[in-house]
Each structure stands twice: as structure tokens, then as C-alpha cells.
Design a protein. Structure first.
Ligand code: C2E
Ligand code: CA
Ligand code: CA
Ligand code: CA
Length: 280
């Protein structure tokens, strides 16, 4: 693996940023990167506030540009969604993350959770639910420990509604939890929360950022947490960067949190060490 990576054939090159606009160069580079394993998953821990233990991790994809040099997903996921390559990339992400979770669960001997981001286009692609079922089966991951994170945009295409509901219900039937990512940023009406089967709201970090300095921000967060509880949904606050924010979220009844205050995304080799240090 090392030598293939060092050959540099598929490193994300600086000029990709500029060329991304014309699409084709990026498409080719993504294709090469998938072929020669230039992607890697990093994992950001989630803290369960009830037990003060690490509840699980979220898988976040990175593209290797060189030794210790990584390209963040905002620079290539949108293009991958546009070109359809998100299908191949997403399959790789799902498989890698679920197998990794199964391996960690085996070592830790507990149901560490794994959250995986899924683009709407990926979820709506024929065969997605079957792929998930196959990965769950072949990995041996503990049941009920996979969460798929989707954004509100998937609820905004009315013609797809019955299809989306069917997909979500089949996923739930497999024991998969469904989380709404970046909750509150999608400009969609809240009515979809009644119509679609979802389990968790992830409060976007935009709402969390100012809760310790701005009463209005704190009130909004509190309201989202109450609403989630009323709907019997779990709630995760993202982007928690300091102890003051954590205190307010704890008082507000948030179930779990994620953010630099707990940990930045970690390389896979550092995850078990982090858990053993922080979980006693
Ligand atoms: P996201 O799912 O909302 O992930 C959280 C992002 O916020 C991550 O950025 C994470 O590194 C960052 N973050 C976490 N805690 C903090 C904090 O306390 N402060 C600040 N300032 N940032 C924090 P990242 O890894 O760059 O990912 C960006 C987005 O790319 C993700 O947002 C997600 O929408 C997308 N993404 C990442 N991996 C995948 C993937 O495998 N598939 C798909 N479809 N999308 C992905
Ligand atoms: Ca996410
Ligand atoms: Ca998010
Ligand atoms: Ca986001």
C-alpha cells in the first residue's frame, strides 16, 4: 500500500482546487484516487452525557495529498455528488467504517457506535439498502450500532417522498439508526419530522457556537432539544469547542455531544488509545 501511495499517481494535487470548477479534471482525479486507495477515514468521538462515556465515533473521509497532508471533504464531496462518483466513494466509506467498527467492538467488547455520512444521491441509488444489509452481515458489527447521517435536503423532493420513506423504513428494519445531520440549516419546514422515520437530530454547530455568549442562541438550542425529546428522538450537539458550551448543553438536557472540546477527528490508529484513556 505504502509504495502505491508514494507513487503519487492519485494524490490530490494543488491545481485540483482551480480545476474543480470545470469538473473533468476532478472527476478523473477522484477516479484514480478510488482506484489506488488515496482515501482514508478519520473518526471523531461522540460523548454520551448521561454516562460520560464515549458512545461512538463518526467516520469522516479525507483525501491524502501527501505524507501528513490531507484534503478535507468539503473540497471534493460536492463534485463527487455531482458526477455520481459519490456512489463508489460512499460504498467504500460504508464498508470501511462498518468493518472498522466491528473490529473495535471486538477489542473493546462493547457496542461502540459508528456514524456514517450518506449523501441523498447515494441513499436514493438503487441497491443502497441491499448494500447496507450485506455490509452489516459480512462485518459482524453488533446490531443497532450503525447510524446513517443524512441531511434535510433528502426531505425536500416531494415526488420522492414515498420512496424515501420506504428506504428509511427498510434501513430501520435492519436495525440502522437514522440521524438528521446539520439540523436547522436546511431551510425546510419542520413537518417532515412527522412524516419520516428518523431517530436522532444532530444540532448544527452554527447553533452551538454562541450558546455561551448569546441568550438567543442558547434558547434556540434548548428549543431544539425539547422538540427532539418530545418527538422521542435522540439529540447530538455538534461543534462543542469549550467547557462553557458543554455545561449549557448538559443543563439543557442534550443526550450527547461532539466537537473539538472532546476530540478532533482522529486517525484510526489513535482511536483505541483515545478511548482507553478517556473511558477508564
Ligand atoms: P459534518 O457531517 O457536519 O461533519 C462535521 C464536520 O465538522 C467535520 O468536518 C468535523 O471535522 C468538523 N468539526 C467537528 N467538531 C468541530 C468543532 O468543534 N469545531 C469545528 N469548527 N469543526 C468541527 P469535515 O471532516 O471537514 O467534514 C465536512 C463535511 O463533509 C461533513 O460535515 C459531511 O457533511 C461531509 N462528509 C465527511 N465525510 C463524508 C462521507 O464519508 N460521505 C459524505 N457523503 N459526506 C461526508
Ligand atoms: Ca455528519
Ligand atoms: Ca453536521
Ligand atoms: Ca456539515
Amino acid at each position: 500500500v505504502r509504495s502505491r501511495r508514494e507513487s503519487g499517481c492519485c494524490f490530490f494535487r494543488e491545481e485540483m482546487n482551480a480545476k474543480a470548477r470545470d469538473g473533468l479534471a476532478m472527476e478523473r482525479a477522484l477516479h484514480e484516487a478510488l482506484a489506488c486507495e488515496a482515501f482514508e477515514l478519520w473518526y471523531q468521538p461522540l460523548l454520551d452525557l448521561k454516562s460520560d462515556r464515549l458512545q461512538g465515533v463518526e467516520a469522516l473521509v479525507r483525501w491524502r495529498r501527501g505524507a501528513d497532508d490531507w484534503v478535507l471533504p468539503d473540497q471534493f464531496i460536492p463534485q463527487a455528488e455531482e458526477s455520481g462518483q459519490i456512489i463508489g466513494l460512499g460504498r467504500w466509506v460504508l464498508k470501511t467504517a462498518v468493518h472498522q467498527a466491528a473490529a473495535w467492538q471486538c477489542v473493546l467488547n462493547r457496542p461502540l457506535e459508528m456514524a456514517v455520512n450518506v449523501s441523498p444521491r447515494e441513499m436514493l441509488y438503487p441497491g443502497f439498502v441491499d448494500d447496507v444489509a450485506a455490509v452489516l452481515r459480512e462485518s459482524g458489527i453488533m446490531s443497532g450500532t450503525l447510524t446513517l447521517e443524512i441531511t434535510e435536503s433528502i426531505f425536500m423532493e416531494p415526488e420522492d417522498e414515498s420512496r424515501v420513506v420506504e428506504i428509511l423504513e427498510r434501513l430501520r428494519g435492519l436495525g440502522v439508526k437514522l440521524a438528521i445531520d446539520d439540523f436547522g440549516t436546511g431551510f425546510s419546514a419542520l413537518g417532515y419530522l412527522k412524516r419520516f422515520p428518523v431517530d436522532v437530530l444532530k444540532i448544527d454547530r452554527e447553533f452551538v457556537r454562541d450558546i455561551h455568549v448569546d441568550m438567543n442562541a442558547a434558547t434556540l438550542c434548548q428549543a431544539i432539544i425539547w422538540m427532539a425529546k418530545g418527538l422521542q428522538m435522540g439529540v447530538v450537539a455538534e461543534g462543542v469547542e469549550c467547557a462553557e458550551q458543554l455545561d449549557i448543553l448538559r443543563q439543557s438536557g442534550a443526550r450527547s455531544i461532539q466537537g473539538y472540546h472532546i476530540a478532533k477527528p482522529l486517525e484510526s490508529k489513535d482511536v483505541l488509545m483515545f478511548i482507553s484513556k478517556n473511558d477508564g
